[in-house]
Design a protein around this ligand. Structure first.
Ligand SMILES: *Cc1c(COP(=O)(O)O)cnc(C)c1O
Length: 355
């Protein structure tokens, strides 16, 4: 049976990305050695990093003055690296859910944190809009896509201070005005690569502001200076990212990814809204096109488990919602297909007809 992968992360990658990465793991560039066995400083590997960085700059049209880094530690390490490197006195954070809260917790270790707004009282089912950004802060931190709750800010904010964004689950799914940001970071395993590498895009002249000593590995300047080669970077995840970046480019770049994401989301949300069994959990204008969350309508609450079993039996993988939301979550990152979404919609229709 064909499987349709809706996992929230690590998540679906295009088949050719996986196959090409697997080939290099067996024999890297015809060298007779595996990608896993060569030095990250081998002359064959530097072009991998160079091409990946060039493609990221091209796809996101990154202006001059920014560095593109491949680091370890996941997006979670960036929760502390960001304030370590940027928070001199005070920072503002928008609290849109679990990941934002984790970022806030780390920032508090380094200075004053102003929570500009929060949607906690409604279990993060919307993006707060009625707030103003203080002007006396070092930066405003946002989470552009809230993977767990299925809310998303798909437009770059206009605020009077520099932005820092966790884009772990929607990077490369739309064009981004990078010039508005001092730093963008993303764990790779949602929309860029396999787990193990974190992408960081950082504005060079924004670094070095706080007057504090920073451990070498946690100082962005170390990695800027050494081109992500200060220590051994995660070579296989970087290679996998390169293959995926090539795939994104070949398939029309981030504009095309945006278009495809909207098409998929439209199909699925239309069915959620139409089907008598289900309802969406998120305020309509804030619905994510990456993580589509829905629950059973109250009168059909006892059908939750049966639907999960039914859909699983039809090849749907990873549609169980996060425990803090319940219900279902269909993650539709770049590699997701219209065919996959239609297969899920078919399950929803068939199940409705049975009840
Ligand atoms: C998954 C996720 C994280 C955590 O990423 P790790 O790489 O596991 O540390 C952080 N932020 C967002 C928005 C995520 O979706």
């Amino acid at each position: 049976m064909k499987k349709y992968n809706f996992n929230a992360g690590p998540s679906m990658l295009p088949r050719e990305v996986i196959e090409n990465t697997a080939k290099q793991c067996l024999d890297f560039n015809g060298s007779g050695l595996s990608l896993m066995e060569i030095s990250h400083r081998a002359k064959d590997f530097q072009p991998v990093v160079d091409e990946a960085v060039a493609l990221i700059k091209e796809l996101l049209q990154i202006p001059d003055g920014y560095s593109v880094l491949f680091l370890g530690g996941g997006a979670s390490l960036e929760f502390c690296m960001v304030p370590y490197n940027f928070l001199a006195h005070k920072a503002a954070y928008l609290n849109t859910g679990t990941w934002a809260k984790k970022a806030i917790k780390e920032a508090k270790l380094f200075g004053e944190v102003v929570e500009v707004a929060s949607s906690a009282e409604a279990n993060y089912t919307y993006i707060p809009k009625d707030w103003t950004c203080p002007t006396d802060v070092d930066y405003l931190h946002i989470t552009t896509n809230n993977t767990i709750y299925g809310t998303e800010m798909r437009k770059d904010l206009d605020v009077p201070v520099r932005l820092i964004a966790d884009m772990s689950s929607d990077i490369f799914s739309r064009p981004v005005d990078v010039a508005k940001y001092d730093c963008i970071y993303a764990g790779a395993q949602k929309n860029l690569s396999m787990a193990g590498v974190t992408l960081v895009i950082v504005k060079d002249d924004a670094l070095g502001k706080p007057d504090r000593k920073i451990p070498t590995m946690l100082d962005y300047r170390t990695h800027v200076e050494k081109g992500s080669m200060f220590n051994t970077p995660p070579v296989v995840p970087i290679y996998c990212a390169l293959e995926n970046l090539r795939w994104i480019k070949k398939n029309g770049g981030v504009e095309a990814m945006d278009q495809r994401a909207r098409e998929r989301a439209e199909i699925l949300y239309a069915e959620i809204d139409r089907n008598k069994l289900f309802r969406g959990t998120v305020k309509e204008e804030d619905r994510s096109v990456m993580n589509i969350c829905f629950v059973m309508n109250d009168e059909y609450a006892d059908l939750e488990k049966p639907f999960l079993e039914y859909a699983t039996g039809k090849g749907m993988v990873g549609i169980k919602g996060h425990r803090s939301v319940g219900g279902f979550r269909a993650s539709c990152y770049n590699a997701q297909t219209i065919e996959g979404v239609n297969a899920l919609v078919a399950c929803m229709k068939e199940f409705e007809a049975q009840h």
